[in-house]
Write a protein that binds this ligand. Structure first.
Ligand SMILES: N[C@@H](CCC(=O)N[C@@H](CS)C(=O)NCC(=O)O)C(=O)O
Length: 201
């Protein structure tokens, strides 16, 4: 498995996932800030030319949610996703998709300071999205009780980023959730890899 990665980008989420999965993988650096990016060669991996990208058995693809789901399903023993027959599966998929479909646009809305029509915008609006998320994560420790899944990872990654850059309010439930996730050994390993990769620039 190859993870197409650039430090200090959204590719950190997929890097963290690889460390949670604990399976052999190779990091392939993509410099999104280099002139000429994205190259035609890289667009064969991710047609958008964005990171993260992923390749397994000669097939490349992008989108963090797809990478997380692919890895969780490839290694069911990691229990990073409830299996397709599990009654919680649909709810898991909903929260896995919540990051790109709802949290990200809500963060941009907050940063841009443009109020939106909550009925028309697919993400509702910032307050609606954050209130739904807060209610889901409050019981804890994770969205599915004691089982940490790829959905928790993706949400925690978005919360960490959003709160760091002032795009998400530091509600106590968000801070607790992000800190709990960041205390995981896999997060710490990913952070160390990220620091080493950033130093290579
Ligand atoms: N929806 C994508 C977004 C990825 C994305 O926007 N990545 C940025 C870095 S944070 C990127 O590759 N930017 C370079 C470019 O647009 O060429 C995902 O979640 O994987």
């Amino acid at each position: 498995m190859k993870l197409y990665y650039c430090p200090q980008t959204r590719a950190f989420t997929a890097l963290w996932m690889m460390e949670e999965a604990g399976q052999p993988y190779e990091i392939v650096r993509v410099d999104i800030r280099a002139p000429g990016h994205p190259t035609e060669a890289y667009k064969k991996i991710n047609p958008m030319g964005k990171v993260a990208g992923f390749e397994d058995n000669g097939v490349g693809f992008g989108e963090t949610a797809a990478i997380l789901l692919y890895v969780a399903e490839k290694f069911p023993q990691t229990k990073l996703a409830p299996p397709p027959t599990d009654p919680r599966r649909g709810r898991f998929l909903q929260w896995l998709m919540f990051s790109p479909t709802t949290m990200e646009p809500a963060m941009i809305e907050k940063r841009m300071g443009h109020p939106v029509n909550s009925l028309q915008a697919g993400w509702g609006d910032y307050d609606r999205a954050m209130t739904a998320l807060e209610a889901a994560i409050k019981p804890g420790p994770w969205l599915f009780g004691d089982q940490f899944t790829a959905a928790d990872l993706y949400i925690a990654s978005g919360l960490g980023f959003g709160m760091q850059f002032g795009m998400i309010d530091k509600r106590p439930a968000f801070v607790d959730f992000a800190e709990r996730a960041q205390a995981r050994p896999a997060f710490k390993r990913a952070t160390e890899i990220e620091a080493k990769e950033a130093a290579k620039k």
